[in-house]
Write a protein that binds this ligand. Structure first.
Ligand SMILES: *[C@@H]1O[C@H](CO)[C@@H](O)[C@H](O)[C@H]1NC(C)=O
Ligand SMILES: *[C@@H]1O[C@H](CO)[C@@H](O)[C@H](O)[C@H]1NC(C)=O
Ligand SMILES: *[C@@H]1O[C@H](CO)[C@@H](O)[C@H](O)[C@H]1NC(C)=O
Ligand SMILES: *[C@@H]1O[C@H](CO)[C@@H](O)[C@H](O)[C@H]1NC(C)=O
Ligand SMILES: *[C@@H]1O[C@H](CO)[C@@H](O)[C@H](O)[C@H]1NC(C)=O
Length: 344
């Protein structure tokens, strides 16, 4: 039970209006004290509500009590008791005080779902802030936090600290890291109450790895025995960040033979068709590999104007061109020389 007591502070000022709020759910009684000049002044009370419109004089009832000369007490207040109450001087009909009894506007209380308070968020497992690892195996950098329903996420950062890539939940997992995995990383844990971060660096030392062998090269001789090679390189991966180079051999040779060689064999040597101006001298030979042909004139290189076409020599029919012509046929398996004397 709660009483509303309006304390008289101003005694000389008449016809005052007072608003009295009442919460009908919890308050049942209201005391209204008329603001008269003297406490002993006798007053009469009237009430009007929205239904009656006119003022009705109040008398004793079960719910309206006159505790003294100038006050009333309302008991078991209900909605229909709301309204305007006035106290007047019964002789002059001058209103001393007007009371507006209104229901207190209880603003809607928003429904709050009460979650159990989050336990404090804290890391229970974290990678070191500096980590040096090598390639070739699995590395796990786990981030774990306690604090109720916790969500832990991991990120790869750019050099400037901005987020480059979101990684899997719970930490950083690197299968056979490469030099590109060197850099900054971040773990973030949050629960409903807070968020915590941990930044760390990973430095990857990449030891070199040997590649597959290349195919064998072609035999370096096109007949008889030769060698061929194959290579492999330290590129799988290339050593980086101070990693070790490869120790395996990177070049292999082996003997090879594509076909047997055969020494030059003359198939034709002598004059072919002649015309009025020229002699045509042929020197044809076979062999593996195909033999080279070298013409000479009187034991020297041919003068330029002969216009030799390898297997056929064209000799102008002039006396000056008489002499000894030779054709040497050669390949790696052997050689021979044929001579002919020309008298023009
Ligand atoms: C109660 O308060 C609300 C919000 O302040 C307002 O919108 C509403 O009109 C008020 N009701 C009454 C009866 O005064
Ligand atoms: C940080 O670096 C990345 C790339 O390295 C770039 O895209 C980004 O704009 C940079 N952010 C800032 C704030 O400099
Ligand atoms: C590293 O990054 C460079 C540039 O993006 C790329 O060319 C290279 O292939 C990457 N290396 C590895 C092992 O992923
Ligand atoms: C925690 O972080 C995740 C991902 O960033 C986000 O979706 C979630 O809303 C966050 N939770 C809280 C309680 O902040
Ligand atoms: C190894 O490197 C050499 C020189 O760069 C190259 O010629 C060869 O093809 C490479 N071998 C392989 C197997 O990649």
């Amino acid at each position: 039970m709660l009483f509303f007591v309006l304390i008289v502070l101003v005694s000389n000022v008449l016809s005052i209006t007072k608003v009295v709020n009442i919460d009908l759910n919890s308050e049942k009684e209201v005391l209204l004290i008329c603001l008269t000049k003297n406490k002993e002044d006798f007053v009469t009370w009237y009430k009007k509500n929205s239904k009656t419109k006119t003022f009705d004089e109040l008398g004793f009832s079960e719910t309206v009590i006159f505790p003294d000369l100038n006050s009333i007490q309302l008991k078991d207040v209900e909605k229909e008791d709301l309204g305007i109450y006035v106290c007047k001087d019964p002789l002059t009909e001058v209103t001393f005080t007007t009371f507006e009894l209104v229901e207190k506007n209880i603003t809607q209380v928003t429904k709050v779902t009460i979650e159990p308070p989050s336990p404090p968020l804290q890391w229970v497992l974290l990678p070191n802030s500096e980590n040096t690892i090598t390639n070739g195996r699995l590395h796990v950098f786990a981030c774990r936090a306690s604090g109720g329903k916790v969500n832990v996420e991991a990120f790869r950062l750019n050099k400037n600290g901005s987020i480059r890539e979101k990684l899997r939940q719970g930490g950083v997992v690197l299968h056979n890291p490469s030099e590109n995995d060197t850099g900054k990383y971040l773990c973030v844990a949050n629960n409903s109450a807070a968020s915590i971060k941990h930044e760390f660096n990973i430095f990857v030392i990449v030891h070199g790895g040997i590649s597959e062998w290349s195919h064998w090269s072609l035999c370096n001789q096109n007949c008889g025995f030769g060698t061929q090679v194959r290579t492999r390189n330290c590129t799988n991966p290339k050593p980086a960040n101070g990693g070790m180079p490869c120790s395996e051999e990177s070049l292999q040779r082996r003997q090879c033979k594509s076909r047997s060689c055969s020494a030059p064999k003359l198939t034709k040597f002598g004059f072919d068709l002649t015309d009025d101006n020229n002699l045509k001298l042929d020197c044809f030979a076979t062999g593996i590999p195909t033999p080279k042909i070298l013409w000479k004139y009187d034991g020297d290189d041919l003068p330029k104007e002969y216009g030799s076409e390898e297997t056929r020599l064209i000799i102008p029919k002039t006396k000056a061109r008489s002499g000894e012509y030779s054709c040497t046929v050669e390949n790696p398996a052997g050689y021979f020389t044929m001579y002919i004397n020309v008298d023009l």
